[in-house]
Structure formats: C-alpha cells, structure tokens
Design a protein around this ligand. Structure first.
Ligand code: ATP
Length: 336
C-alpha cells in the first residue's frame, strides 16, 4: 500500500506536461504515493463538473491535506474568478512561500541569491471586491485584517527562526495606503518586538525595495509582503535566477497545503513539450519536506542540481534545446 495519498491537479496550459514530468521524477526517486487526480479550471467544466473549482476537488484536498498542482488559467478581464485565488481562500492557505535561489549552471547577472518570499495569500486587492460606482467609475477594495496580517507575520518569523534565517524585510507602501499597509506593518513590527526580537527586521517602501533587489539581491533574506506585492515581486525575483521555470512555491494553511510553481499556464508554449518542469519538481521537493520525506527530497535536489551544473540537457528557457521529457529523463538518470 502506498505510504502517502496526495491530490494531483494537472491544471491546463503547460500544467499537464510539467505535472507528468514531475510524477515521473518522483516515481523514479522511490516516492511511495497514491495520486488522487482531480480537475480545476476549464478542465473541470470539460469533464462535466458544474464549477471551475469542483466541491470534490476541495473535499479531497481537505481530506488528504496535501495537493500538488499545475497552473490553472485565469482569463484576463471578464469571466470566472481566479481558481487559484478561490482555492487559497476556500482552504485558508494563508501563506505563500517562494524560495528564490541561484542555481549552479544557470547563468544570470547575479550569483548567490538565496531569498524566500512570503506572501499573504487571502486578502489585500485579491479580495475581489469591485464595483461600478457610476458608469465610467469603478473601484477595487483593498482589505487588510489584523487577524490575517498578524497570522502571516507570525508565520514569517517562525519560518525564519526554523530555517536559521537572519533577517525579515517587509515591503510596503504605507506612506500612501496608511490604513491597510499601515496595519500590515504594525502587525509585523509587533510580532518582531514581542515574539521574535532575535530576528533582524526592516521595513522598506516597495518601490525602493524593487530597486534594492536589482542592485544587490544578496543583501535580502526573507521578504514579507501582502498579496499583490508578493505576486509582482515573485516574478521579478524569478528573473534574477533564471526565470519562472525555476521558482517553486507552496501555499500553506493550518489544515492543508498546496504545492505549485510560481509560473502560470504559459499558453504560448503549451502543448509543445518544451516547458521547463523544474519549478514544479522543486515545488514537489518542498512538498516532500512538508510530509517528512526529507531523504527523497534531497536526492531529487542533488539530481537536478547535477543536471543543471552539467549544462548539457537544459530546456529552452535556460538556453538549451531539451524537451520537458528529456530534462526529466536526465534527472532520473542522475537519480539512478
Ligand atoms: P499567471 O498570471 O497565470 O500567474 P504569469 O504572468 O506568471 O501567469 P506565465 O504564464 O507563468 O505568466 O508565464 C509567462 C511566460 O514565462 C510564459 O509565456 C513563458 O514563455 C514563460 N514560462 C513560464 N513558465 C515556464 C516554464 N515552466 N517553462 C518555460 N517557460 C515558462
């Protein structure tokens, strides 16, 4: 009998391709799992469910506590609300954790980047509260609650302590959004002063923060920010270490966790077999640590590090011409 039961959401766009490659790598590494494949997004409608986020998918994640998820497209403008946002809200996955690190063999302008972005995942401008005041005038409400601001701050400090990280930097715009970002800041400051005075703490206005990232990302350690800033800064930081193909993520709540790459469904390259599966493989590595399978996680990490360092089998985004499958196979060869 498999040791773990994990919900698998292949998603759409490049999702099914990178998910299949990731499953292959996990299987070759000896991960004992029963996958529970379930749909979300447009695929759920195609499979006959009446909702883009079927109750069955939510219930399965609640029951099994862990899911590995490919990207799910959210159309721009009109249409259904983002499946990703709904999922995070319904399961109360309040912390997005996104490690961004330089990889040997992946040449970029920067070396020795080793940051972690911790993004509040449930409120801010992602609350989706928008309305038309009168024709031609629309608003979007940014929501901040003390409960959510305190919860994410405490998560970030606990994370920094456990991982022996030295500093937390909060990115904010409290000079303009005095109430919402002001609450985010005062909550983080309070947790620092009352509970984690040993972790170094700094507050940086986000525009200056983005400049600092580009000037010298090695000076940054753990970055803490609200929802929208976290979305933008994640892609910015991905650019420092080789792009969206190499940045993993997890969405953590009290009762469940969903592991997914930072990238979206990349429709421009979907179906071509050229997507880089590494971001999802790295997300799966985070999942393995989460469920206590540290050895398998470390083996997978060593294997892909070796493939990257060798530089012979790289996907197009990293300057090579290997397919998704060839890249996964190269990792599997290193595992052997
Ligand atoms: P979303 O808004 O859905 O989060 P995004 O803005 O992050 O999406 P993506 O769809 O992730 O955008 O991708 C942006 C571009 O980056 C893609 O068009 C693609 O060219 C590239 N890209 C993203 N992920 C990968 C990947 N795994 N492998 C190769 N290229 C990728």
């Amino acid at each position: 009998m498999p040791k773990h039961t994990i919900v698998l959401i292949p998603g759409d766009g490049i999702g099914p391709e990178v998910t299949a490659a990731t499953q292959k790598v996990l299987d070759a590494a000896g991960f004992s799992v029963e996958w529970v494949p379930l749909p979300a997004g447009a695929r759920a409608l195609e499979e006959g469910f009446d909702d883009v986020l079927p109750q069955r998918t939510i219930a399965a994640i609640k029951a099994h506590k862990v899911a590995l998820k490919g990207p799910v497209t959210t159309p721009v403008g009109k249409g259904f609300t983002s499946v990703n946002v709904q999922l995070r809200k319904k399961l109360n996955l309040y912390a997005a954790v996104r490690p961004v690190r330089s990889l040997a063999g992946v040449k970029t302008r920067y070396e020795n980047v080793e940051m972690v972005i911790i993004r509040e995942n449930t409120e801010g401008l992602y609350s989706g509260i928008e309305n038309e005041v009168v024709p031609g005038v629309v608003t979007s409400l940014k929501v901040a609650t003390e409960v959510a601001c305190t919860r994410i701050a405490r998560y970030a400090f606990r994370f920094a302590t456990k991982r022996h990280r030295k500093k937390i930097t909060v990115f904010h715009k409290a000079n303009i959004m005095k109430l919402t970002d002001g609450l985010f800041l005062s909550s983080a400051r309070r947790i620092h002063e009352d509970e984690y005075p040993n972790i170094e703490y700094e507050e940086v206005i986000i525009d200056a923060g983005c400049m600092k990232i580009i000037q010298d990302p090695t000076r940054l350690d753990v970055l803490l920010m609200e929802n929208l800033y976290g979305d933008l800064v994640s892609d910015l930081c991905a650019g420092l270490v080789g792009g969206l193909g190499v940045v993993p993520g997890s969405n953590i709540g009290e009762d469940a966790a969903v592991f997914e790459a930072v990238h979206g469904s990349a429709p421009d390259i979907a179906g071509k077999g050229i997507a880089n599966p590494l971001a999802l493989i790295m997300s799966a590595e985070m999942m393995l640590h989460h469920i206590g399978e540290h050895q398998i996680a470390e083996r997978i990490c060593k294997a892909y590090d070796a493939v990257l360092a060798e530089g012979k089998t790289l996907t197009k985004d990293l300057g090579g011409n290997a397919s998704t499958d060839q890249f996964a196979t190269a990792i599997i060869e290193k595992l052997a």
